[in-house]
Design a protein around this ligand. Sequence first.
Ligand SMILES: *Cc1c(COP(=O)(O)O)cnc(C)c1O
Length: 371
Amino acid sequence: MVQSKFKPKKLILTAGPSISYKEKSYVLDAVTNGWNNHWNDYIKRFEKKFAEYVGVKYAMTTSGGTGALQLALASLDIKNGDEVILPDITFFACSDVIKLIGANPIFVDILKDTWCIDPQKIEKAITKKTKAIMPVHLYGNLCEMEKILEIAKKHNLFVVEDACPAIGSTYMKKHVGSFGDFGAFSFQGAKIMVTGTGGMLVTNNKKLYEKAEYLNNHGEDSKRKFWQSSIGYSTEMSNLQAALGLAQLEKIEKLVAKKRQIFFWYKNILKDIPGISTNYEQENARSNFWMTSVILDDKKIKRDELINKLKEKLIDSRPFFYPISMFPMYKKQNTSVSHHVGLNGINLPSGVNLKKEEVEYVALTLKELLK
Ligand SMILES: *Cc1c(COP(=O)(O)O)cnc(C)c1O
């Protein structure tokens, strides 16, 4: 077996941004000049460039991915008693925003390979109350958007894509977030591009964009200052954050390339280990491989024990998201794939600053522990 000569001096972390001179100079410019008439210069530039990159007509900065999802649901007029179908494996922000608007999250199982929502299970879950489907491009993996859009069309449902972790991922050459009525992105500190906290809501629909903008301005009448015509939101990003975001976006393809490189460094070593699976990329897809992840399909060692053992070797890792239906607020679901993946999966160190020797050290250590 190949041995890694590399010995880490400190914990190898799961994430970490790439901040260079450009980020600092844009932020310095924003904090120096971005006031009064220039209060939103970077916001406008960031939104314009983001829309161009993703290939949509409209992009609106938000306080985070969660805020973007919340605004999407509000703009689609989803309310009390409505149902929204989503995968059982996702970050709990997804079910929160559905609940908080008064609707009911309907959890369905995921596919074993992509870890994204199973289109067949969507069809089975549709009722008269269903208003929308929320596919989640988990860890940068790609949902079967063709099938999901077909189902949505057939049943007259909205599609709100949670593309929070997946900027740069494409399906049939189209960027995630651009398929549905709305797409939501996150720039939280562990994501592939960061603004500290922050997010983006995108759409191709002018009416929906205007509705989201209006609601996000507290529901203030656009023609009458301080006159409120609807209860609204204020999930906004600051110009300072947008300056950071713009600099990050200008190098997004480099960041995606690095994430992909990291995945293939891992894959080269992990492919020889029986009884595990890693991120799957369909033939017509490009994943941004936000988090290289491993599922212990058939292994004696328990997931949490493995996390502890890795930590002893100065390797940080994260457990997968739990199936949301396991939480005490919800009814238990028979989502066997979600339970298998959620309880046996870990995210490996995947920060864009990782060096090849570090990735190889992690992969070889994992291989040793899984013997
Ligand atoms: C990161 C993430 C979110 C939340 O984004 P925030 O910006 O932290 O609100 C939502 N869904 C998924 C799948 C995510 O990975």
